[in-house]
Design a protein. Sequence first.
Length: 172
Amino acid sequence: MHFIVVRRDFADFQHLHPRMRDDGTWTQRVTLAHGGSYRVFADFERGGEQHTVGTDVQVVGDFRGKALPAERRIVRSDGGLEVTLRARDGRIGFEIRDEGVVVNDRLDPYLGAKGHLVALRQGDLAYLHTHAQGGKLAFETTYPTAGAYRLFVQFSYEGRIHTAAFTQQVSR
């Protein structure tokens, strides 16, 4: 199961993996350090079919919404790696650099894939979660509608999970 927690202004994003207890319930400790409105998604497979359920959670505290970051082709991951977005014809790929050296071939498997991509549409937080295909950090992606999306790509390098976030304007 994937458990995604995102503040509605995209200022906080967590991709967690709950554990199932012996009684069949799932548990996950979540820290919501800032006030505001969050959307949580449980993304799971049952009987061979993919399911996603979501709900809103309100966290008491001072809330000052942040503007959606501008579109950029290159960002830094939360671990300081340079991540370049390459999007074309429904395929999104990422190039990872550590101190200027491309390290895509040195990425570790992360939950059975080279990486994960969560895309959320600004406003209603329409949700897409996909896994990298094959041995590349690349994803086949079809956006449901035009709009501004926030992309969170996650991958493992040298034993650490990295997250890089991009804004992408999608037109139809």
